[in-house]
Design a protein around this ligand. Structure first.
Ligand code: RTP
Ligand code: MG
Length: 140
């Protein structure tokens, strides 16, 4: 057993908020036993999003991704727990909601809408370093 208390940035993306899935997604996070440390509704601007998604600049889905992410409010969550970075990504499921495993947020609630970018309901930081960088962007 490993004890590695971590914090991660979770975002409920504009599709999740617009589809009124905020409560459903929060319920899954809470049922899993992770701790909500901070939570807010944010309308992200291009500056914040370009910093958040800097690693994807130049990829074909970059421009539609930023357009999608600024299309409406998102819920930003500072989430804590033992191994929460890996644990939340497991709860979210893989990127493509069509093939994300049933039982996951993306697998149960998402599908491919035939749009220019995957609208897959949630974001979760992918490493300790990324989590620190992203939490500083969204919360500090
Ligand atoms: P996230 O960063 O949002 O937690 O998701 P992820 O790690 O599973 O996916 P990542 O590769 O980091 O991509 C970031 C987000 O870009 C959109 N995307 N669309 N081919 C596509 O249509 C495509 N590829 C990526 C998704 O919204 C993805 O979550
Ligand atoms: Mg990612």
């Amino acid at each position: 057993m490993t004890t590695t208390v971590e914090e991660t940035l979770v975002l409920i993306k504009p599709d999740g908020v617009a589809r009124n899935l905020t409560g459903e997604i929060l319920a899954r996070i809470e049922a899993k036993g992770y701790q909500l440390v901070d939570l807010k509704l944010v309308q992200p601007d291009r500056e914040l999003l370009s910093q958040h998604y800097a690693e994807h600049e130049g990829k074909p889905f970059y421009a539609p991704l930023l357009e999608f992410m600024e299309s409406g409010p998102v819920v930003a969550i500072r989430l804590a727990g033992n191994r929460v970075i890996e644990g939340f990504r497991s709860l979210a499921g893989t990127t493509d909601p069509t093939t994300a495993a049933p039982g996951t947020i993306r697998g149960d609630l998402g599908r491919d809408w035939g749009l220019a970018v995957q609208q897959n309901l949630v974001h979760g930081s992918d490493s300790v370093e990324t989590a620190q960088r992203e939490l500083a962007l969204w919360f500090d």
